[in-house]
Design a protein around this ligand. Structure first.
Ligand SMILES: [Zn+2]
Length: 145
């Protein structure tokens, strides 16, 4: 069972938006640290980025896969391909997190910045996609209540 917040378009959007803004801000800090050639600061900032990704995005994604998406399927069985697509988008974010970790281990700041930029873009477009599906299923859900 997912929290009622995930069913609410405004509060679900707020969760996405807060995470996305936070990631974009941290990305900017990383860009500044790289320009200033502050390597240690850069690594610390990327670690914060990874934590935000883990706690705000990947935990949220796992919740959705186990809760919200399953509830969607009960209401609308033909959503399976859409849910598979959303799950693949989550999977892509998990892969990007691993890429970012290896870029940091390799001390490759150019690659780290490129991966972080892709993560912000991928999360932002995934969120838009998911909110669109949520809006489409709300009328089906209220029919059943
Ligand atoms: Zn979501």
């Amino acid at each position: 069972m997912s929290g009622p917040g995930l069913w609410n378009v405004a509060s679900h959007h707020a969760i996405h938006d807060t995470a996305c803004n936070e990631m974009a801000e941290i990305l900017q800090m990383a860009q500044q640290a790289q320009i200033a050639e502050r390597t240690e600061v850069f690594v610390q900032v990327v670690e914060v980025f990874l934590q935000v990704m883990e706690l705000r995005v990947l935990v949220h994604a796992a919740d959705e896969e186990q809760g919200l998406y399953q509830e969607w399927l009960k209401i609308k069985g033909d959503l399976q391909p859409v849910i598979d697509q959303l799950g693949e988008e989550h999977e892509a974010l998990r892969h990007l997190s691993l890429d970012l970790e290896s870029a940091i281990v390799a001390r490759n700041s150019v690659r780290a910045l490129a991966v972080m930029t892709r993560m912000v873009d991928a999360f932002s477009s995934h969120s838009g996609h998911e909110e669109e599906v949520l809006r489409s299923i709300l009328p089906e859900r209220s029919k059943r209540e």
